[in-house]
Design a protein around this ligand. Structure first.
Ligand code: ME8
Length: 511
């Protein structure tokens, strides 16, 4: 893969219920990284979609009294519509019920048969339908006569059935060396340690087919078996880039994937099973798995089964999409859980978007419109205050690219918001409005530097709040090829003599 090609994925979502804020968070996070890479000269392929097979979906369809495929068509559409509402820039939306996916799953299965990694036996153990996961005896706890997974808290049931197994146990040492050779395969580092410890404790062979239900992809040449939904689902990352045609341009450009963005609850599947399946099939594992934390409501994970869902569509309709995107990206710290509430969303909109970045843009644009006929020219005599602001900004910019490349979004946002804060302070201290009758040159320099700062801040925030920043960049007449993150470290983005357009209010303060 060419280093300028960047393949990023979200998890593909179960259409077992309506989308919630956890889904929105995963998707927006991946979208921000995708947009960041596009604005840093990369050729990006960004994928999302729906994971439509397995017992969980079969049961959800039965509950709705619909054929599984009709049920999936309906809910998958809701998730596809959500990509528009969240302003995601995905290049494709894959459904695991599509033929292209079916072909890829069969090809992967056949590769595993060929390599001798699959055998037929009987599975006896615990299974959680809601997680579509097998659990060991030591991961089960009993409450009120029912058994639950200690890992996820989900209800488990005892399963005994004929099953094909993948020889996961034989991949233990090879996985450990893979993690060792690829130190940034799992980020954040705390997650990497979690996975390494789990593998060191010993891996059991994995059941990869089920015989007690029918909704899924059948095992080639043994149609009583349905391929385990996780082996099926993980393969979506390959089917979307036209695997098994390994000569296809998309596949050649984009495999191995650059980063799978996922929630920490599905780390085991992505960081253990997935690289093992791929290595066994003679394919390269992805370069990175980024396991984000959970969106909490109070202290609990926000989920359908817990009934504590904030509906992302309602929030977007009430507050706006940039507002939600910014809040989620700022509020949930790098890889940790984040507790969200309407109150803190409103505070965040007011403090960072309306009072800080929004106010900075509004006050400068309206001053220039009212006093300078929308034109500003820079001259050479920089004051100490100008130089100070330029130096402070360039210090804060230094680590930005590195922060983004390591998925360290909170530090990134904090630095950008600090730059906006410093610029507002500079304007307060320099008081350009007092200079319009006695020192127009100095006033012009202050306004020009302010516009320069606004341009840079807007470029930096563009992956996070694309709508508002595009309005500002357009009002500054900055062409899309200049919306490039590498430019923010350079001296100037705007020309010395600049004519701007009017700018409407970006963010309304919530009272
Ligand atoms: O796991 N906070 O689908 P899914 C943050 N189909 N993230 C959350 C969350 C929360 N409260 N709740 C869910 C699946 N998520 C599989 C993926 S990929 C080959 C197959 C995240 O719809 C969760 O961690 O249950 C996961 O990353 C994503 O939403 C999809 O969850």
């Amino acid at each position: 893969m060419n280093p300028n090609n960047f393949y990023i994925t979200t998890p593909i979502y179960y259409p077992s219920g309506q989308p919630h804020m956890g889904h929105a968070y995963s998707s927006i996070l991946a979208d921000v990284f995708a947009r960041f890479q596009r604005n840093s000269n990369s050729n990006v392929f960004f994928l999302t979609g729906t994971d439509e097979h397995g017992l969980k979906i079969q049961k959800a369809a039965e509950k709705s009294k619909l054929e599984p495929l009709i049920y999936c068509n309906n809910i998958s559409k809701v998730f596809k519509d959500l990509t528009k509402k969240l302003n995601l820039s995905n290049d494709d939306f894959i459904r695991t019920t599509e033929k292209r996916h079916h072909l890829a799953v069969h090809d992967l299965w056949n590769r595993l048969i060929k390599s001798g990694d699959i055998y037929l036996s009987k599975y006896k153990g615990w299974y959680s339908v809601s997680d579509e996961a097998y659990y060991n005896n030591d991961e089960i706890v009993e409450k009120n006569g029912k058994k639950f997974s200690t890992f996820s808290g989900s209800l488990v049931e005892w399963v005994e059935e004929e099953s094909f197994f993948f020889k996961l146990s034989s991949w233990e040492r090879k996985l450990l060396s893979f993690y060792d050779e690829n130190k940034k395969f799992i980020l954040p580092l705390s997650r990497r340690n979690e996975v390494i410890n789990f593998v060191k404790n010993g891996l059991k062979d994995l059941s990869i087919s089920r015989t007690s239900f029918t909704w899924g992809i059948k095992v080639p040449e043994n149609e009583t078996h349905i391929i385990y939904v996780w082996l099926d689902a993980l393969t979506n990352y390959l089917s979307a880039i036209n695997f098994p045609n390994t000569k296809d341009k998309l596949y050649k450009n984009f495999w191995p994937a650059s980063v799978h963005v996922i929630g920490k609850d599905i780390l085991r599947f992505h960081a253990i099973y997935w690289p093992a399946f791929l290595l066994a099939s003679g394919l390269k594992p992805p370069s990175r798995v980024f396991g984000h934390g959970w969106i909490l409501s109070g202290d609990e994970k926000m989920s359908k089964s817990k009934g504590n869902i904030l509906n992302p569509v309602e929030i977007v309709e009430k507050y706006g999409i940039d507002e939600l995107r910014y809040y989620l990206m700022k509020e949930v710290a790098h890889g940790s859980d984040g507790s969200i509430s309407l109150k803190s969303l409103e505070n965040c909109i007011n403090s960072d978007l309306a009072n800080n970045y929004g106010n900075l843009c509004q006050r400068i644009f309206s001053f220039i419109r009212n006093n300078c006929d929308n034109k500003v020219s820079k001259n050479k005599n920089l004051s100490n205050a100008d130089k100070n602001l330029i130096n402070q900004t360039s210090k804060l910019c230094k680590n930005l690219i590195n922060d983004m490349e390591n998925q360290n979004l909170n530090t990134y946002i904090k630095s950008v918001i600090d730059i906006s804060f410093l610029t507002n302070k500079y304007i307060n201290d320099e008081e350009p409005w007092k200079l319009k009758d006695n020192d127009v040159d100095k006033m012009n320099n202050i306004l020009h530097l302010s516009l320069e700062q606004i341009a840079k801040i807007s470029i930096m925030l563009n992956p996070i709040i694309p709508l508002a920043t595009s309005k500002v960049l357009n009002a500054l007449n900055i062409k899309s090829n200049l919306n490039n993150l590498f430019l923010v470290e350079s001296k100037s983005v705007i020309s010395d003599n600049i004519k701007i357009k009017n700018l409407d209010i970006l963010f309304k303060k919530i009272s």
